[in-house]
Design a protein around this ligand. Sequence first.
Ligand code: PHB
Length: 390
Amino acid sequence: MNKNALIRATALALTALSATYSIADDSVFKIGLILPMTGQQASTGRQIEAAARLYMAQNGDTVAGKKIQLIIKDDTTIPDVTKRLAQELVVNEKVNVLAGFGITPSALATAPIATQSKTPMVVMAAATSSITQASPYIVRTSFTLAQASVAMGDWAPKNGIKKVVTLVSDYGPGIDAEKYFIERLLLNGGQVAESLRVPMRSPDFAPFLQKVRDQKPDGLFVFVPSGAGAAVMKQFLERGMDKAGIKLIGTGDVTDDDQLNDMGDGALNVVTSHHYSAAHPSATNKKFVEAFQKANKGMRPNFMAVGGYDGMRVIYEALKASKGQGGGDGLLAAMKGQIFESPRGPMFIDGQTRDVVQNIYLRKVQRQDGQLHNVEFDVIKDVKDPGKTR
Ligand code: PHB
């Protein structure tokens, strides 16, 4: 083979190789955003995608001299699919960061890939305490159910809700919610009448709610994942449980801002504990909500959106601080310890646990400007994940 033919053959082989493996291009920074865009948690995907796009529209798509490329993949709310997509994104696309993760099983399924490939993995939605312990490359910008539930376990018995039935979705976050709520309820002199767990997939709440009625508790504490709250509220009201004097309480997942305004007046006065309300009265949040609604045909951002928005911020700031040097480890180091004002309030990524430290608010559903909102009336400041202290 003469020299020219050799050069041509080499060029051809390289083209074929890069088509198959897509050789990492240093001028591009890729974020692999894996979300449930279809399936049971599709509202989470919709909210986080909208938030990520808003963040990029507001902050540009060039950071530290690199072009940011957002690659969105739909895991259809199935953990095996999340894992396969993560593998493809790491191996074929050479993504610099993995992000998203709508449910706990999806985050847990992906954790080993983050560890093996040393790719930072920003969990923007899933909220079981143990997730951050599944890989040293995981950083979380959502919340934990332990964080939110402790506040309700303190508030309820001090406000006349002493005998409580708990009703949770039967998987990681529900089990955390049940555990940490009950622990604090008992500590504050309350009592658990019964603990019910409903299947995570396609739950039918009716038979469980019948059991709750029979117990005649002061309150029903509920955790269901974002998107399922409206069904619980509807069946709770249809059975006249509010009229029977049973107070619905829970983490803010049940009065999800994505659905709350369509729940009707029956939702009025429901008290929940959570880290984000679209009605949070800060200038930063007002700006965020306004911009989000403007960009998304009036859709109200929920707590998933804020997890996605802040997750993008953590990635952008880490890239700025590490100047794109040091690969996954450099990036991870620059994510740890970030502290900033989020639309939710002050927020801190604990360098030790890589989990979020944030305010937890007590909120009551009220009408504001004609719309149903979670109106904050109390705050517990700088709450660390209680699930990490043991
Ligand atoms: C979770 O699967 O971790 C999860 C999903 C939805 C929520 C909270 C937690 O609202």
